[in-house]
Design a protein around this ligand. Structure first.
Ligand code: PEP
Length: 259
């Protein structure tokens, strides 16, 4: 197995953890990963739990904070929205952009997603750009074309220096929250495709540096096989990140694979 980029294991807590529960979950995670040094760990709580998460991580924590969304303007009349500066103020360093739930339920299209990616980069937030095909698109044999177009549009007008700072998450829509995971072979095939397209868009060195996470029903019993693949550099994890035990088992697997 070729040497991996440093693994990133990220929890997307969606609309699940309230501020009264977040401290306990983070303390449990913190305790279990005290000896983990080779993996970057990230949690993305709902907005209302970010401050409590920050307090729980404290100064000793080996956990980074991410947000699940933001609005790409500095400030202004955007009722209900939160800006990148507000997130930075709370110690947030990553933001998830283009998640299929936002594409589907909130009609976010590639242009808006690209605006968010550019704004996040300009605000010193690391975008985790999510891309993925639906089951219908895969059945029609269009998965590579869809991924290529989401990447091309999502990364429009982004410089080589900027792209090195971002993370990509391949999340086949049919695998999110369904318990159906892409096989390691299917996931690796798409990750390699993404990397080769990044090479075409930018250059080989940049393509090699960008982390590409897999997301879609990753759990402790399938993580090892997925993470062993050459182009899978970590996971974006929904359901299994809501319990310290299952989340930390995945982190432990990534740590062992890094040894
Ligand atoms: C996600 O929503 O990003 C995700 C991968 O969810 P799950 O792990 O529950 O499939």
């Amino acid at each position: 197995m070729a040497e991996h980029r440093k693994y990133l294991v990220a929890g997307n807590w969606k609309m699940n953890i309230s501020s009264s529960d977040v401290g306990r979950l983070i303390s449990e995670i913190n305790a279990k990963i005290a000896n983990i040094t080779k993996v970057d760990v990230l949690v993305c709580p709902p907005f209302t739990s970010i401050q409590a998460a920050k307090d729980a991580i404290g100064s000793i924590g080996n956990i980074s904070l991410g947000a699940q969304n933001f609005y790409p303007e500095k400030n202004g009349p955007y009722t209900g929205e939160v800006s990148a500066i507000m997130l930075r103020e709370l110690g947030v360093s990553y933001v998830i952009i283009g998640h299929s739930e936002r594409r589907i339920y909130f009609n976010e299209d590639d242009d808006f997603i690209n605006r968010k990616v550019r704004f996040a980069l300009g605000s010193s937030l690391i975008p985790i750009l999510c891309i993925g095909e639906t089951i219908e698109q895969r059945r029609d044999g269009k998965e590579f074309a869809i991924i290529q177009s989401q990447l091309k549009n999502g990364l429009k007008n982004i410089t080589v220096q900027e792209v090195e700072k971002l993370t990509i998450a391949y999340e086949p829509v049919w695998a999110i929250g369904t318990g159906e995971t892409a096989t390691p072979k299917t996931a690796q095939e798409m990750h390699a495709f993404i990397r080769s397209f990044l090479k075409e868009m930018f250059n080989a060195e940049t393509a090699n540096a960008v982390k590409i996470l897999y997301g879609g029903s990753m759990k402790s019993d399938n993580a090892e096989e997925l993470l062993k693949e050459d182009d899978i550099d970590g996971g974006l994890i929904g359901g299994a990140s809501l319990k310290a035990t299952s989340f930390c088992e995945i982190i432990e697997i990534a740590n062992l694979l890094s040894a």
